[in-house]
Write a protein that binds this ligand. Structure first.
Ligand code: 13P
Length: 266
């Protein structure tokens, strides 16, 4: 059951939340040398930037978190992980806890990505627990939700999104503690995107549901993800309900990701 949260949004967080977020999910790509090159490349561009920039977050694979953090630590670029295990410590071979992620410099963590739901059979109960544990450890989850092609075709997209929200979100959280990413499964890595009207319809629904259930919930940043490119980023970021983008493939190319960042509107 998703309860009405009475958590209040601190005043100093409001301004930060009005920014757009451009988040790069590097997935399981690259080598240490490539991670270093990308992170240093972004850092150099940020230092030379002549306009205010959106909030930028890079999410490398686990083995490169420390490498990337060492490059970004005194910069405005922040770092996230791609997953978290919902226990504090113990006999969980191969898993990584929220505390360990904050310890190496992560401020964010992607939770419930459709690739994890698919390849690791992650269900709503697990995803909800991960969100909860991450928030308690001071990590901000980027919760990914989205419908399959079949669900979209059969007119169930809005229903699926709404029920994922209810079952994946923790019972209680403040708006500045969460980010939601709408990533239709059929748009990831395919080059096929929903229309701007379809994106706005889903984003509007998410904002409405959040505002009903969380005090200040309409301020939770809602990102779009799925086949974002340097070419389509501006159109997406101009949509009124889109608070940023979660970018896969294009975040691995310095020039393309830089163009996406520069398409930001706030
Ligand atoms: P692509 O941008 O490669 O489609 O990936 C989107 C995604 O899954 C980001 O989390």
């Amino acid at each position: 059951m998703w309860l009405l949260s009475k958590n209040v949004l601190p005043e100093d967080k409001k301004e930060e939340m009005m920014q757009q977020y451009i988040i790069g999910n590097w997935k399981m790509n690259g080598t240490k040398a490539e991670a270093q090159k990308l992170a240093s490349g972004f850092l150099k561009r940020i230092q030379e930037a002549e306009r205010p920039l959106p909030k930028i977050v890079l999410c490398p694979s686990y083995p490169y978190l420390t490498t990337v953090f060492d490059i970004l630590k005194n910069s405005p670029i922040e770092m996230g992980a791609q997953d978290v295990f919902p226990e504090k410590s113990g006999p969980y071979t191969g898993d990584v806890s929220a505390i360990q992620l904050t310890d190496v410099g992560c401020k964010y963590v992607i939770v419930g990505h459709s690739e994890r739901r698919l390849h690791h059979k992650e269900d709503c109960a697990l995803i909800r627990k991960k969100n909860d544990v991450a928030i308690k450890a001071g990590l901000r989850p980027i919760l990914c939700i989205g419908e399959s092609a079949e669900e979209r075709k059969s007119g169930k997209a809005l229903h699926v999104i709404s029920s994922q929200l209810k079952s994946d979100l923790p019972e209680s959280f403040s708006p500045h503690e969460m980010i939601i990413a709408y990533e239709p499964l059929w748009a990831i890595g395919t080059g096929h995107l929903p229309s701007h009207e379809e994106i706005e319809e889903v984003m509007g629904l998410i904002k409405h549901e959040l505002s009903l259930h969380v005090s200040g919930g309409g301020l939770v940043p809602i990102l779009y993800g799925g086949s974002v490119t340097a070419e389509n980023a501006l159109g997406l970021l101009e949509l009124p309900h889109v608070d940023g983008l979660l970018v896969g493939g294009a975040s691995l190319k310095l020039d393309d990701f830089w163009d996406v960042i520069n398409a930001s509107q706030r």
